[in-house]
Design a protein around this ligand. Structure first.
Ligand code: ADP
Length: 369
């Protein structure tokens, strides 16, 4: 049968790929997933199980797809380059993804773009770390350039000895310990043809280095902060030629500056709130953007939307209790087996009053404690 609609191939079978599936179904787009395991979160659409680090596996998967995109940023550069050389439309492309893969390269690139960020330095030795500490009040945040997530690979230190193990492995990123009022995230989607659309700025609340709650829009954000965040996201998306969804994690510093923490080039936890809270969800928009289709309206469906992550597991009795107790709250389960600390789902409440919306989201989430 001749295909009338495009096929999007997603590398990685986690919850982000899973949540692209209903959006693809609605658009009539075919979605295929290269998953790590047969029981992946995205198994409903998984058409291949294989190692995303293996060039032959990835090239074979890409053969049947019109565009390749991602559930995570871990596909090695040589594999991305080989995909491109084979003629695949890789979105975002390797030259953009590099800056979501390596925090040192990101800091260097954003400095050249003139985007506001914390003071930082690349350090290869204990004396370079000590030098930065001496200039920044004796404390700093040290990060491994690659492989960090959910706060792993991030340490607040007051001496180089605390990162001696990391220095043995190569250069680290040392950053000013930002005194911040709160953390924000600015999402934007951009098409290869250049059109981009930001969503309203959101606040992310972290617990133990992990995102716990998202409040959309960010409450009481000044026009200046909103404008700065949108300008940063637009200049990063254009400057790095990002296609698809770009999430810019930001600090609103105590002195009112907006500084970039890090970048993600895919749908992002801070955007889950858009599924129930926005005219166009980040998952639908990501598909539209990587296909170079017209982008959707990003405005909010309700004055407030609040998303709370659920860790560990969402057993059916708890889901049913949450649904019964809070009929207007939406429960999203990622179809993962139980594992302590792992993001297993989320709940979203929408409403006219912030306090009441937070209350309803927390009341539903409490069923999973
Ligand atoms: P990950 O890649 O693990 O998500 P991040 O770089 O986002 O790591 O850091 C995790 C958390 O650590 C951030 O959400 C923030 O709360 C805190 N953090 C990171 N960098 C800084 C910094 N320079 N100053 C203050 N806090 C920071």
């Amino acid at each position: 049968m001749r295909r009338l609609m495009p096929v999007v191939g997603v590398i990685g079978g986690g919850q982000l790929a899973r949540m692209m599936i209903p959006a693809a179904v609605a658009l009539g787009v075919e979605i295929r997933v290269l998953a790590e395991a047969a029981d992946s979160s995205a198994r409903l659409a998984a058409t291949a199980v294989g190692d995303y680090r293996d060039e032959a596996t990835v090239l074979e998967f890409a053969r049947g797809c019109d565009v390749i995109t991602f559930d995570h940023e871990h596909v090695p550069q040589p594999v991305l380059q080989a995909l491109q050389a084979a003629g695949a439309a890789v979105r975002p492309g390797p030259d953009a993804l590099l800056y979501a893969q390596d925090k040192l390269m990101m800091r260097e690139r954003l400095s050249r773009l003139g985007v506001p960020q914390p003071d930082w330095v690349r350090a290869e030795s204990a004396s370079e770390v000590e030098g930065f500490l001496a200039d920044h009040g004796g404390r700093a945040v040290v990060k491994t350039p690659r492989g960090g997530y959910d706060g792993k690979g991030v340490r607040v230190v007051s001496s180089a000895a605390e990162v001696a193990d990391w220095l043995e492995g190569g250069a680290v990123l040392v950053e000013e310990l930002v005194s911040f009022r709160r953390e924000l995230a600015q999402l934007i989607a951009r098409r290869p043809s250049g059109e981009s659309r930001p969503w309203p700025l959101v606040e992310t609340v972290q617990k133990g280095g992990v995102c716990a709650e998202v409040i959309a829009p960010a409450a009481h954000a000044s026009d200046a902060v909103e404008r700065a965040a949108a300008e940063i996201a637009t200049s990063v998306a254009n400057g790095l030629d990002v296609t698809g969804v770009l999430a810019v994690e930001l600090f609103e510093s105590s002195d009112g500056r907006v500084l970039v923490n890090e970048l993600a080039m895919r749908p992002h936890n801070s955007g889950h709130v858009t599924i129930d809270g926005s005219v166009t969800s980040q998952f639908e928009q990501h598909l539209r953007a990587v296909l170079d289709w017209p982008l959707g309206d990003t405005s909010a469906r309700a004055p407030w939307s609040v998303m709370i992550n659920v860790f560990g597991e969402l057993p059916q009795p708890a889901i049913m209790a949450a649904l019964g107790h809070q009929p207007a709250v939406k429960v999203h389960a990622y179809g993962k087996g139980p594992r302590a600390g792992r993001k297993a789902g989320h709940v979203t409440a929408t409403g006219d009053e912030l306090d009441e919306t937070v209350y309803r989201a927390r009341a539903a989430a409490a069923h999973f404690d």
